[in-house]
Structure formats: structure tokens, C-alpha cells
Design a binder for this molecule. Structure first.
Ligand code: DX5
Ligand code: ZN
Length: 224
């Protein structure tokens, strides 16, 4: 399995967003993770579809929109039209999860379900045919720079077990929150395939070194 790393631009310097995104691509990132917050589903407000278009102009990498907004189905089309190729939604944020996932796919993007730390994995049971990836939150969403919640490791293992048992080894698990080189190995060993890293990447100056360290610890864990 090839591990993909997705820098979260939430911790980037927004005054130089194009340069930051280009620097991530040059440093070896696989995906750009784009955190959308509305001040209702989470206690913070960030960025919207207009910025997806700006990021799209700065990179060829896929843009992964993590929607932390209520009633996401009202905005999904706009995000895909502006350039999102992956869109994930929280089941608690809308009324009809399956409909929203179908909508995302019909628009031509990959659809993901995001599970908060306390959200049971059973929410996935009847939407396995409607998703392309699962996003496991290892912090409560809303802010960058929080600490990884250890119970997320068991949750990743449980979801990996569920997906494999249901014949969906192809569905990757993405992990978001507090991921860095020091825990990337544990996360990958538990069954994750996509690692989101915000503060770990942007707090340093050498993005290539940070992404390399995360990848090295992930690859090492896989080879054991
Ligand atoms: C949190 C966001 C994350 C955040 C991760 O609500 O969904 O994507 O940017 O940041 P770090 O890696 O700093 O925890
Ligand atoms: Zn996120």
C-alpha cells in the first residue's frame, strides 16, 4: 500500500496561500486537505469555495474538501465546481447522509464520511456502496494544532476490520488531527492510508523534511 500525505492548509500562511500550496506539492505532498468551517457545526470559521478555485490554480494535486458545515448538501456542488476532487461530510451535519454522498459522486468527486471521535463506526454500515474513503477524526474538529486522541487508533483498526470484512479493502482510511512523524507509524499500522497533517507541516520551514519524516515513519511501520 502506498501511503498518501495530505497537508492541511488550515495552518498555512493565508497571505501566501499559492506559494504554500506550491511548496507542499514540491515537497512531495499527495493531496491538499482543505478545511471548511462554518461557525455552527464547529466553533470556528475558515474558508469557502472561492479559495478552492485559488488553490486549484496553484497545484495539480487533488483537493480534498473536509466540510465541517451544517447542511453540506447546500454547498457540495459549488465546492466540486470550483475544483474539489474529494469531498467529505460529517453524518451529524446533514439530514440525509446517503443522499449527500450520492450527490458528491454524481458531480464527479470522491465521497467520504467523516467520523468525530465519539461517532460510532456503525454509521458506515449501510453507506459502504456510496463512499470512496472514510475520514477518522483524531481530534474534535474545529482547530489545528490539537493533540492526537489515542482512542482513534482502536477506531481505525475497527473500521479497517469492518471494511475488510465487507470486501471493501479498496476503501482507504484517512486520519485527521494531531498527526506527525512521531505517531504516523502507529496510525498506518492501525490501517490508515491517507495522513492529514497541518501544524506538523507548516510550523517548520522545511516542508520536504517534514513530509519525508512522516513518510519514513509510515513506510517503516508497513515494512515490519
Ligand atoms: C481540524 C481539521 C484538521 C486540522 C489538522 O478540525 O479538520 O484538518 O487542520 O491540523 P493538525 O494536523 O494541526 O491537527
Ligand atoms: Zn480536516
Amino acid at each position: 500500500m502506498t501511503i498518501r500525505i495530505a497537508p492541511s492548509i488550515l495552518s498555512a500562511d493565508f497571505a501566501r496561500l499559492g506559494d504554500e500550496v506550491r511548496a507542499c506539492e514540491e515537497a512531495g505532498a499527495d493531496i491538499i486537505h482543505f478545511d471548511v468551517m462554518d461557525g455552527r457545526f464547529v466553533p470556528n470559521i475558515t474558508i469557502g469555495p472561492l479559495l478552492v478555485e485559488a488553490v486549484k490554480r496553484s497545484t495539480k494535486l487533488p483537493i480534498d474538501c473536509h466540510l465541517m458545515i451544517v447542511e453540506p448538501d447546500r454547498y457540495v456542488e459549488q465546492f466540486v465546481k470550483e475544483g474539489a476532487s474529494m469531498v467529505s461530510v460529517h453524518p451529524e451535519a446533514g439530514f440525509h447522509l446517503q443522499r449527500t454522498l450520492t450527490m458528491i459522486r454524481k458531480l464527479g468527486a470522491q465521497a467520504g464520511v467523516v467520523l468525530n471521535p465519539a461517532t460510532p463506526i456503525q454509521v458506515l454500515d449501510y453507506v459502504l456502496d456510496d463512499i470512496d474513503y472514510v475520514l477518522v477524526m483524531s481530534v474534535n474538529p474545529g482547530f489545528g494544532g490539537q493533540s492526537f486522541i489515542p482512542s482513534a487508533l482502536q477506531k481505525i483498526r475497527d473500521i479497517r476490520g469492518l471494511l475488510d470484512a465487507r470486501g471493501r479493502k479498496d476503501i482507504p482510511i484517512e486520519v485527521d488531527g494531531g498527526v506527525k512523524a512521531a505517531n504516523a507509524g502507529d496510525v498506518v499500522r492501525a490501517g490508515a492510508g491517507i495522513l492529514v497533517a497541518g501544524s506538523a507541516v507548516f510550523q517548520g520551514n522545511d516542508y520536504r523534511a517534514t513530509l519525508g519524516a512522516i513518510r519514513e515513519s509510515a513506510d517503516k511501520a508497513l515494512s515490519i
